[in-house]
Design a protein around this ligand. Structure first.
Ligand SMILES: [Zn+2]
Length: 270
């Protein structure tokens, strides 16, 4: 199915069987079907990537927005810093005077600490997205701890003090990993809306994906970089953000950082 192969995690959940393929480019497929062979309400979920359903509680609770109908919206950008797309994105955000939250990959921060610093200097939130972007569901607690600590050190060296927010790569997590996250003083952050921008064919595609899911109070997942390679083209994302900001500002939305969203309203935890 793909170079990375199928990733299977068995969970028990109501009557559905999900199988998810994690592809090498970070996209995924999820095929839900009824699973008649498991009796008494038990069912297995084979989960990967998105099944790491951002709203699922099976892996432990993590912030993913505030109550529906809120006029707040938080843009989050993963897998940077990246050149030139992170800086292009910063220009779009500055133009609209909108703050955002950036979950950075530590090894890219080591590569371009200047871009990470520029993100912070423009008033955005800098946050941890591990050092090498591993699939933490299958990581040992010690290797997960090392990933988080290495990213934190890279961020500290590049920008100094930064947020305690953490987003697991692909949203993949399990209770043991979340214990490690919390032991390190980090807060796990998920999302409620994704732009599916990792292999989007156009900016319009990303805009449609986001618009289809926005309900107010949302945490929007987009990418200014790519976990596979530094320099991944994110021009579609930059263009989509420009259009989305124009649209939702016109509709009266207020754009906030994750810490702002967490502090002002009761959180939705998933
Ligand atoms: Zn990522």
């Amino acid at each position: 199915m793909d170079r990375a192969g199928l990733i299977h995690v068995e969970l028990f959940r109501r009557g559905f069987y999900l199988t998810a393929g994690l592809t090498a480019d970070g996209s995924s497929t999820i095929i839900p079907m009824l699973l008649p062979v498991l009796g008494a309400g038990a069912a297995a979920v084979l989960a990967g990537y998105h099944s790491m359903a951002p709203r699922s509680q099976w892996f432990g609770r993590a912030f993913c927005g505030v109550a529906r109908g809120s006029r707040q919206m938080a843009f989050t950008f993963d897998d940077g810093p990246n050149d030139p797309h992170t800086l292009n994105l910063l220009d779009v955000l500055s133009k609209h005077n909108v703050p955002a939250t950036f979950f950075m990959i530590g090894r890219y921060v080591r590569l371009r600490p200047d871009i990470a610093l520029e993100v912070k200097n423009r008033g955005h939130i800098v946050a941890n997205h591990t050092f090498t972007h591993p699939f933490l569901t299958f990581a040992s607690s010690s290797s997960a701890r090392s990933e988080l600590e290495q990213c934190r050190a890279a961020l500290t060296d590049a920008v100094g003090e930064h947020s305690t927010l953490f987003r697991p790569p692909w949203g993949a997590r399990r209770p043991g990993i979340l214990r490690t996250v919390r032991q390190l003083g980090l807060q796990p952050i998920m999302w409620s809306v994704t732009g599916f921008d990792w292999d989007a064919p156009s900016a319009e595609y990303i805009q449609k994906k986001v618009a289809a899911r926005v309900r107010g109070g949302d945490v929007i997942l987009l990418h200014d970089g790519g976990h596979k390679a530094f320099g991944t083209d994110r021009s579609h994302t930059v263009k989509a953000v420009e259009a989305l900001l124009t649209r939702y500002k016109g509709e009266g939305y207020e754009f906030v950082t994750i810490p702002e969203m967490m502090s002002r309203q009761s959180a939705l935890l998933h």
